[in-house]
Design a protein around this ligand. Sequence first.
Ligand SMILES: C[S@@+](CC[C@H](N)C(=O)[O-])C[C@H]1O[C@@H](n2cnc3c(N)ncnc32)[C@H](O)[C@@H]1O
Length: 357
Amino acid sequence: MWLYSPVMMCCRMQTSGMMMFASRPPPDADSAVRSTDSDAAQARLSAVRKGYLADPYVNLLVPRSHLVPARPPLINIGTYVRSEALDALVEGWLEAGDGVKQVVSLGAGSDTRFWRIMAGPLKDRVSQYVELDFPEITTHKAQAIRKHKELHSILGPDVKLEKGGTALISPQYSLLPVDLRIAPSESLAPLLDSLSPHIPTLFLAECVLVYMPPSASNALLQWFSDNFDCVGGICYEMFGLEDRFGQVMRENLKARNVSLPGADAYPTLASHTARFQNHAFAHANALTLKTIRQSYISPAELERISRLEMLDEIEELELVLDHYAISWGAKLPPDSEAGDLARVVGDLRGWGLAAKT
Ligand SMILES: C[S@@+](CC[C@H](N)C(=O)[O-])C[C@H]1O[C@@H](n2cnc3c(N)ncnc32)[C@H](O)[C@@H]1O
């Protein structure tokens, strides 16, 4: 999920949402949070179909993908900006320095990033890629991986389903069921069997931490900081929800039984940067999607996407994009053999998405 503008929520309530709530009791809070994965995957599918993004895998992970309606232009553009920036950050991390890296995706949902990386020039840079989510989500994803050759052929022949079908393990990629609110010393301990503390490790939290209390998300950051010599993190989520826009977003989410217990603790970009710094990720930064669109997407790309669909409401687009932040940070070893990594953690430019001049 990424956008909760009044426009989008209006569309949603007019379609399946209202009918579902009328005929069934409200879903429990965790199932409502899990349902945000469909929002994210369907938004990505829409952006791919309209030509904003290239992703040959997303339709394999969206059930009945042929029935998914197109999202409004505002959502497609937001999905595009988010995706381009996150890809640039992840690719910047993988490219930096010599040697392989590890990636852990928290609340990965139906994300296709692993397959997209494996289809590109950075595939040999990944020694381990781990995805974590609730068991209901990992079961569904494991089944989709098993079903589609395009997904499982990339994993090689040595693929095992474990834990009653909720986990999928292969030499390079693992999909594991975890409730990320549980103390990481317990919930993430199995990761230490397959990940090396000495290989540079990146964690991704794309629209995930906001759904859990700050104590739980802070414990996750601290766990990565404590367990890896060289570690980076990237977070993406909504923020600054104290205004009218935020109030409408929260009301709309409440109607779906979704709350944002992580939002109030990080109301500003500075607080998102400080979240990393508080856990020894000394090199940290944060930007809004609005700034990224204005200052980091090339004029040629902006021109290309402007031709895909008509967008009347630039002001509304900017208002929405201004409520989503991408933040990142890195904890590097004191001797800097990791000099190359230090060079890339300064800002998004260094990570690969060039600022416009
Ligand atoms: C908005 S979706 C984002 C999915 C994916 N990261 C993306 O951006 O496409 C949020 C995901 O976080 C997962 N999630 C939220 N809270 C979680 C928790 N406590 N434990 C495990 N997964 C969680 C949800 O199940 C869902 O798949």
